[in-house]
Design a protein around this ligand. Structure first.
Ligand SMILES: [Zn+2]
Length: 69
């Protein structure tokens, strides 16, 4: 059931992704842990992202917002 997209774990729903993110965050002692989830445009599933990715995604969100106007 799990599809790997770009080496990331995929989740079929936002809820599952959030559950796993909380689990990883509570267990992991690494500095880089997933901070939020996002829906992938490639596979249509949900992935977890670290803070480093969030900058890129917020920039993409700005662009898509422009297209709406
Ligand atoms: Zn994907």
């Amino acid at each position: 059931m799990t599809i790997h997209c770009d080496g990331k774990t995929s989740y079929g729903s936002y809820r599952k992704a959030m559950q796993d993110m909380r689990l990883i965050r509570s267990k992991s002692k690494k500095s880089e842990v997933p901070v939020r989830t996002y829906k992938c445009g490639l596979c249509g599933n949900w992935h977890l992202t670290s803070s480093q990715d969030s900058f890129k995604e917020s920039a993409e969100r700005k662009i898509s917002k422009k297209h709406l106007y």
